[in-house]
Ligand binder design. Structure first.
Ligand code: AMP
Length: 192
C-alpha cells in the first residue's frame, strides 16, 4: 500500500506518519530526513541544500524526484511505503504517479492532516526549543506556512479528483489523532 501524508508544518505529520508506517510494517520515506542527511555531508551540494532548508524554501522538484525515484527502486519498498513530506508540489505529485506506474503501482491513500494556524505556530515554536531545528525560527515558520499554502495545498484538489483523499482532524492528543488515521485504512489493516 502506497500512502501519502500531506499537512502543514507543525501538524504532527512526522510523528503520526512514523507510527503508521510501523503499524503497517512499511518503510517511512521522509524527503526532509533525506535532505537533512544530504546537508550533513560536507559537500557543495549539501551546503546548497542546507541554505534552502534554513530559509524554509523548497528544494527543486527535479532533485527531490530523483531522490525518491532512486529510493523507490529498493526492494524494501515493494510491499508499499509511506511518504512523509513528499510530494509537496503538483510537479512532484505527477512525478510520483509516473514513478509508481513504472512499478505497476499507484498512490492508494492520501491522508491530509489539518490544524488551525495558531496551533501550528505554537507547536513549531515548541519544537524549535526542543530540537534546535534551524528551520523553526519565527521568520522561517511564516515562510514555510506560506510555501505550504501556495505550493502544497493545490495537491488536495489533485488527490480529491483522484478519489484517494481522506482528511483527518490533526487537533487533539497524539493517540486520538492516530485513531482517526487508522479509521481511514481499509478494514483489514486497521488493527494488527
Ligand atoms: P520536513 O522535514 O518534511 O518538514 O522538510 C524540511 C525541509 O526540507 C522543507 O522545509 C524543505 O525545505 C525541504 N523539503 C522536504 N521535502 C521536500 C520536498 N518534497 N520538496 C522540496 N523540498 C522539500
Amino acid at each position: 500500500m502506497y500512502i501519502v501524508f500531506i499537512g502543514p508544518p507543525g501538524v504532527g505529520k512526522g510523528t503520526q506518519s512514523r507510527r503508521l508506517a510501523r503499524h503497517l510494517n512499511i518503510p517511512h520515506l521522509s524527503t526532509g530526513d533525506m535532505l537533512r542527511a544530504a546537508c550533513a555531508a560536507n559537500t557543495d551540494f549539501g551546503a546548497q541544500v542546507a541554505e534552502l532548508l534554513s530559509r524554509g524554501r523548497l528544494v527543486p522538484d527535479q532533485l527531490v524526484n530523483e531522490i525518491v525515484d532512486r529510493r523507490l527502486s529498493e526492494d524494501d519498498c515493494r510491499p508499499g511505503c509511506l511518504f512523509d513530506g513528499f510530494p509537496r508540489t503538483l510537479v512532484q505529485a505527477r512525478s510520483l504517479d509516473e514513478i509508481l506506474a513504472r512499478h505497476g503501482q499507484k498512490v492508494n491513500l492520501v491522508l491530509e492532516l489539518r490544524a488551525n494556524e495558531d496551533e501550528l505556530v505554537r507547536r513549531m515554536l515548541l519544537r524549535a526549543t526542543a530540537e534546535h531545528r534551524s528551520d523553526d525560527s519565527p521568520e522561517t515558520i511564516r515562510n514555510r506556512l506560506h510555501v505550504y499554502r501556495t505550493e502544497t495545498e493545490p495537491l488536495i484538489g489533485y488527490y480529491e479528483r483522484a478519489g484517494t483523499l481522506q482528511t483527518v482532524d490533526g487537533m487533539g492528543l497524539p493517540d486520538e489523532i492516530f485513531e482517526r488515521i487508522t479509521r481511514c485504512l481499509p478494514q483489514e489493516q486497521r488493527s494488527h
